[in-house]
Write a protein that binds this ligand. Structure first.
Ligand SMILES: Nc1ncnc2c1ncn2[C@@H]1O[C@H](COP(=O)(O)OP(=O)(O)OP(=O)(O)O)[C@@H](O)[C@H]1O
Ligand SMILES: [Mg+2]
Length: 242
């Protein structure tokens, strides 16, 4: 479903943010990318939907080399939940969710029905929420709207950049439960960035551990626990899981 080979990004001034990352994800799987701040998670995510161009390496999504595809075409199959929420403050909830469909010229009725459907999916009552502005929502509600927006045009792949990191522990736990419920219903292939190892173990089928742009291990939560690839992974697990 998603195959990444030797993905590398070097910024000007010779900062290698991502160095030779490779992994393969099957349809419907959730990958959690984890590592300390600045280790290259957001940079990797942005390359997956061509917000950033790789310096080298390959990315195949649904069997197609996305670096040879039109950017618009690539983004049509990928929903993106931005780090920090990223809702437009002067747009209502309905307009925020309808962003991508409106770019695809959906008619008003179809769009309105889709907005209601998505709000129900993320458990926000449409009549109550669709005409509100982001500032009139709690942090958790804003995150739900962000997730609904990423799913609006029903893309097969969804990328989420630390979607729950700004939430208090109780709301965060609720959102994680919600995420697992949604995952069962929508069956999307997802790449989820987090710096919380417990969250990664809770939500993922596969985990990619990164440090300073380098891949330390890629595998299932059980692989990591039972066969940590090196001392970095071993220490990371010991210090973050207990
Ligand atoms: N446009 C840029 N130009 C130069 N360096 C950059 C640029 N964007 C990111 N970097 C650097 O690349 C590295 C990786 O950044 P990235 O945003 O991918 O980290 P991250 O793992 O998402 O961190 P965080 O957990 O803090 O969000 C950092 O050292 C960062 O300073
Ligand atoms: Mg980041």
């Amino acid at each position: 479903m998603i195959t990444v080979k030797n993905l590398t990004k070097t910024f000007e001034g010779n900062v290698t943010a991502v160095n030779l990352i490779s992994f393969e994800l099957l349809e419907g799987e959730t990958l959690c990318m984890i590592g300390t701040s600045g280790c290259g998670k957001t940079t990797t995510l942005k390359m997956l939907n061509r917000l950033l161009e790789p310096t080298s390496g390959e990315i195949f999504i649904l069997g197609k080399n996305i670096l040879e595809q039109d950017q618009i075409e690539v983004r049509r199959k990928i929903g993106y939940v931005i780090q920090g929420g990223g809702l437009f403050p002067h747009w209502t909830v309905a307009k925020n969710i309808g962003l991508v469909p409106s770019l695809q010229n959906w008619d008003k009725e179809k769009m309105s029905a889709r907005v209601d459907e998505l709000l129900n999916l993320v458990e926000l009552e449409p009549a109550k929420f669709k005409n509100r502005y982001p500032a009139e929502l709690s942090g958790g509600q804003q995150q739900r709207v962000g997730i609904a927006r990423a799913m609006a045009s029903d893309p097969p792949v969804i990328l989420l950049d630390e979607p729950f990191s700004a939430l208090d522990p109780i709301t965060r736990a609720q959102m994680q439960t919600e995420f697992i419920r949604l995952k069962k219903i929508v069956k999307k292939t997802m790449v989820f960035v987090t710096h919380d190892l417990k969250e990664a173990f809770h939500l993922s089928d596969k985990i990619l551990v990164m440090d300073k742009g380098n891949m330390q291990q890629f595998g299932s939560p059980d692989d990591l626990k039972n066969n940590p690839a090196n001392d970095f992974v071993k220490n990371f697990l010991e210090s973050h899981l207990n």
